[in-house]
Design a protein around this ligand. Structure first.
Ligand SMILES: *Cc1c(COP(=O)(O)O)cnc(C)c1O
Length: 422
């Protein structure tokens, strides 16, 4: 594999930079592990979707579970995004980021009554409902409040997104969405509920999808459903096509967002649905390649069969390798160090064998040097935990030559704060 760095990440004078800021300077100033994000990378990724949907009535709702830092949200919201949320906590964060409530979409299989009340009270744009039980509870909650809840029903198109089983959501045997055969009946039921207002239909077939075909297949299934739902007398306004577009982690070649939407819109138009509002919920593809995690090599631990490079970032900061055997490129911050290259497993200090960040990597570094774990903008900090009583990392947002601390490093005192009753 040849080394290709994500956009806005490059070596200049032998030092790894994000935009115009050298990462070793940020490591010295803020310590490690440290997440650093390129604002321009996020805006460019968003612009590809905006180009793809230009001229259509549309709403791009960033799926904030990918990275919910307020500065990241604010960057995307100011550029025109709505937000896709999956919990009351995310709603509070979305409102704090200044998004218009009408541009919030509430997804997820297990919304509580309190979350429904809060979201109805805030005036969110749509609830993406995933079961009949949820429809009935939402109907009751809305009627109690004298409101009608705007809903879309998440359908399960039963297509194989050809991605990792843990991030595939569009097959009939997983917990998401309403099974294809039950969709019509569920829409008729929703249309008869006086506390609900049916707005649209939605699907989300998985994550890290790198092919166009599963999207086209899902689009055909969704349009088939729209036609039968409308034939049964329930009008559908918007088509919400979820997120899921992949990024390049390891030579992956997902379609560009604008090229993908060119094809999807052709399909929509060819089938006579060109007038519909399009909603999408991209997460990873807006932020994944905008971020890196900078970490320091703590120790070298050569062995008979494996050499371990023990670094100060761990599975609590970067959970994707432990969770899905995911691959992140790992590169040195300085390319001018005259070190011998060895093959290393890059591991963290957490007491789990699953705590590895990369396996069999050829790296010319030694203790005290710094590494950057690439493609760390999505599903890293947002999944970070305090396991092993490790404080979560700091986050920095870079704009050109300016770097701004957007989340300070947690302290041991932060970690003790919520505990009572001693
Ligand atoms: C996670 C999720 C998304 C975003 O997925 P990405 O793969 O990050 O684009 C969008 N919609 C729903 C319902 C999700 O659960």
């Amino acid at each position: 594999m040849t080394l290709t760095l994500p956009a806005h990440i490059h070596y200049r004078d032998q030092l790894l930079h994000i935009e115009d800021v050298a990462l070793d300077r940020l490591a010295a100033e803020y310590g490690t592990p440290l997440f650093v994000y390129s604002e321009q990378s996020m805006l460019d990724a968003l612009a590809a979707y905006q180009r793809g949907l230009a001229g259509r009535e549309h709403l791009i709702c960033y799926a904030m579970k990918a990275n919910a830092n307020l500065a990241v949200l604010r960057t995307l919201v100011q550029a025109g995004c709505g937000l896709d949320i999956v919990s009351g906590g995310e709603m509070a964060r979305a409102l704090a980021a200044g998004v218009a409530p009408a541009k919030i979409i509430f997804s997820g299989v297990g919304k509580t009554r309190q979350e429904m009340r809060d979201a109805l009270g805030a005036g969110i744009g749509c609830f993406n409902v995933e079961s009949t039980a949820e429809l009935d509870v939402l109907d009751a909650v809305a009627r109690e409040m004298g409101l009608r809840a705007p809903v879309s029903i998440r359908v399960n198109p039963n297509v194989d997104a050809k991605t990792h089983p843990y991030i595939s959501t569009g097959l009939k045997d997983n917990k998401f969405g309403i099974a294809h055969d039950d969709v019509l009946r569920t829409y008729q039921h929703a249309a008869a509920c006086s506390g609900l207002q049916v707005l649209g239909i939605d699907c989300h077939i998985g994550s890290q999808i790198t092919e166009t075909a599963p999207y086209l297949e899902a689009m055909d299934r969704v349009l088939d459903l729209v036609e039968s739902i409308e034939a049964a007398g329930v009008p559908i306004h918007h088509l919400d096509f979820g997120g899921g577009l992949g990024i390049n982690y390891q030579g992956d070649t997902p379609p560009a967002a604008d090229a993908l939407w060119l094809q999807l819109l052709q399909r929509i138009d060819a089938r006579g649905h060109g007038h519909r509002k399009i909603v999408i919920e991209p997460g990873r593809s807006l932020v994944g390649n905008a971020g890196v995690c900078v970490t320091e090599v703590v120790f070298e631990k050569p062995g008979a069969h494996k050499n371990f490079l023990i670094v100060d970032a761990a599975m609590n900061d970067l959970p994707r390798p432990a969770m899905y055997q995911a691959f992140h490129q790992i590169v040195p911050l300085r390319s001018d160090l005259a070190r011998p290259a060895h093959t290393w497993d890059v591991v963290g200090p957490v007491c789990e064998s699953g705590d590895w960040l990369g396996r069999d990597r050829t790296l010319a570094v030694q203790a005290g040097d710094h590494l950057a774990v690439l493609s760390a903008g999505a599903y890293c900090m947002s999944m970070a935990s305090n396991y092993n009583a490790r404080a979560r990392a700091a986050e920095v947002l870079v704009h050109g030559s300016q770097a701004r601390l957007v989340r300070r490093r947690e302290t041991s005192a932060d970690l003790l704060q919520a505990e009572t009753g001693l």
